[in-house]
Structure formats: structure tokens, C-alpha cells
Ligand binder design. Structure first.
Ligand code: 6CS
Ligand code: FE
Length: 303
């Protein structure tokens, strides 16, 4: 059994521990897709916002694919509706539901950066569209994705990242993703045991695994809050442990984003550190965790 380097949900008191993993796992300055300044920004802040990565025509195609999924049946386990309404909040495993998305996961503009930051071949740990529909899109409370992916999915180390492709404009008004810059360097150990099948509730409104208000306040006082805004076709790259959240959308403008989560193949999931049963494959890839670039991958001993 791997040592649990980031213990959470097993104490009656919250605590903060320092990150023990690198943020950028490979040699700096060797990624042709981004500048050294951007690379340094990502390392220091735990996120990087790249505007206008995809053309209008490409974004229109992505939006068509996503809108088609928005008509999915809410009874499908992989389709999550908003709390208190039938509006679709999220659809998961979208890279397996669209040829366009299944090609996009290996687009050089995305995968080359993920491979560089994670210094390994990468596979999709999770993909989803969060629709945050007009007027009805509800909040995602503050959280670290890694806290969930480690505790409930058995992701050993902080060697994963999310790429959020904006399918609609993300403005200051329609519930943009907010981040606490620099928070990726700290791991907040949360209080509260993981309920069985927690995902049936947490994907609608996460309670367990969210940081306590005391530590959140401390982190915001130290690092502040930032909400990158920009046009559709932009890409927000954020590290698996960067604290983030978003507010309700009370505007007529949807804030729909397509998320691909890249995990290093040497960081494949083990037994959940919560001791509970693993979550379903649509949330956390266990079967066919193959590199997005099909074929070979570097075999690396776990650190
Ligand atoms: O549990 C999860 O995997 C999901 N929950 C949140 C709030 N963000 C990451 C992911 O979509
Ligand atoms: Fe998240």
C-alpha cells in the first residue's frame, strides 16, 4: 500500500500541510507551446489562462457538440442536474461521447503542455462539460480537486492538471471560475468522513472534502482571489491542487466550459485513500488508462 502523503478526512481537526510534489515536473524552458514567463507564472500561481487558443470556427464546433450533450437524459448516471432543478449541470466522460472531443484530447495545443508540466505521457483521468446555465447555474464551493481525486479515487501524487476550454465567454458576471493563486503549494486536510457513494451528492453540491472557513480565510488573506475572464476558445490550465470555486450564474449568459483532466501515466490510480470503494470509471479512469497519444509510454517507477 502506497504511503498516504496527503491524509484528509480522518481527523476531527482541519490542518494545512506543505505540498511535497513539484508543480512542474520537467526541466523548465523546454516547452515549445508556452513562454518561460507563462511557465513561471503557472508554477508560482497554480494556474495559467491562455486567451484565444481556438478559432471561432473551432469553438462553434465544440459548442455544437456540448449543446447536443445538454439534451442528454438526466436519468443517465453520467449526467448531473443542478440542485433543485432539471437543468443540466455537468455531463461526464465527454471525450468518449464525441469524436470531436476524442480528437481534441490529443491536440498539440493541450497535450504538449500537459506532458511538459507532468513530465510523462498523459491519459484522461476525467472529462466533463460544466454548463452553468443562464439564471440556473449553481455554485461550485471552494475545493481542491486533488483532495477528492486522492481521497476518493486513489490518485497518489500531485501530478495531474485540468484544462478548462471556455465554450462561452467567461465574464466577471456569469460565474467565472475563481482561484486562490499560490494555494496549490498547501494541502488543506479536511474534516468529515467520506460517505458511501459520496459522488451522488458531491457533484451537485460538494460538502465533504471542502476546506473549513478558517483555513479558507487564511489562504485568501495570504494569496487573494482571482477570476480569469476572457472570450470563448480560451484555455484555463489549473493545477490539480489549486483551490477554486465559482458562484451562481444569475445572468442570461451561460458559462459553459469543457474540462479535460490530464494525469501522468506514472500516477495511475491506486485504492482510494479513504478506504471506500472506488468511484465509477466515468468519474475516474481506471480501465483503459492509456496515453492520449496512443501507443508507447515511458515506464517510470513510482516516486
Ligand atoms: O469530484 C470530482 O471529481 C469533481 N468535483 C469537483 C467539484 N471538481 C472536480 C471534479 O469535477
Ligand atoms: Fe473542481
Amino acid at each position: 500500500m502506497l504511503t498516504d502523503m496527503y491524509r484528509s478526512r480522518n481527523s476531527s481537526q482541519p490542518s494545512i500541510i506543505d505540498r511535497v510534489d513539484p508543480v512542474i515536473w520537467s526541466k523548465h524552458g523546454h516547452c515549445p507551446m508556452i513562454s518561460v514567463e507563462d511557465e513561471t507564472f503557472y508554477e508560482e500561481n497554480g494556474f495559467l489562462f491562455l486567451k484565444n487558443v481556438f478559432s471561432d470556427a473551432e469553438v462553434a464546433q465544440l459548442r455544437r457538440e456540448a449543446n447536443h450533450m445538454q439534451n442528454s437524459s438526466p436519468t443517465d448516471d453520467e449526467v448531473i442536474s443542478e440542485p433543485g432543478s432539471d437543468e443540466i449541470r455537468s455531463v461526464f466522460r465527454v471525450h468518449d461521447k464525441s469524436d470531436v472531443f476524442s480528437r481534441l484530447i490529443s491536440d498539440e495545443r493541450l497535450v504538449a503542455i500537459a506532458e511538459h508540466f507532468l513530465d510523462d505521457d498523459v491519459y484522461i483521468h476525467q472529462s466533463r462539460v460544466n454548463f452553468k446555465p443562464a439564471f440556473k447555474g449553481k455554485e461550485f464551493f471552494w475545493h481542491s480537486d486533488f483532495e477528492t481525486w486522492h481521497t476518493e479515487d486513489g490518485m497518489p501524487r500531485m501530478r495531474a492538471l485540468s484544462m478548462s476550454i471556455t465554450l462561452t465567454d467567461n465574464s466577471a458576471y456569469n460565474g467565472p471560475l475563481m482561484l486562490i493563486p499560490g494555494s496549490h503549494q498547501k494541502f488543506i486536510s479536511c474534516v468529515g468522513e467520506t460517505p458511501d457513494q459520496n459522488y451522488k451528492n458531491s457533484l451537485k453540491a460538494q460538502q465533504i472534502g471542502t476546506p473549513d472557513q478558517g483555513n479558507l480565510t487564511e489562504m485568501v488573506e495570504e494569496f487573494g482571489i482571482t477570476a480569469p475572464v476572457g472570450p470563448d476558445g480560451s484555455v484555463l490550465i489549473f493545477e490539480c491542487n489549486t483551490l477554486h470555486g465559482s458562484s451562481n450564474n444569475i445572468t442570461p449568459f451561460p458559462r459553459s466550459n469543457l474540462f479535460f483532466v490530464y494525469n501522468a501515466v506514472s500516477n495511475k490510480l491506486v485504492a482510494p485513500f479513504s478506504g471506500k470503494n472506488p468511484r465509477p470509471n466515468f468519474l475516474a479512469t481506471r480501465k483503459d488508462a492509456v496515453p492520449v497519444r496512443t501507443g508507447h509510454y515511458k515506464i517510470q517507477a513510482a516516486e
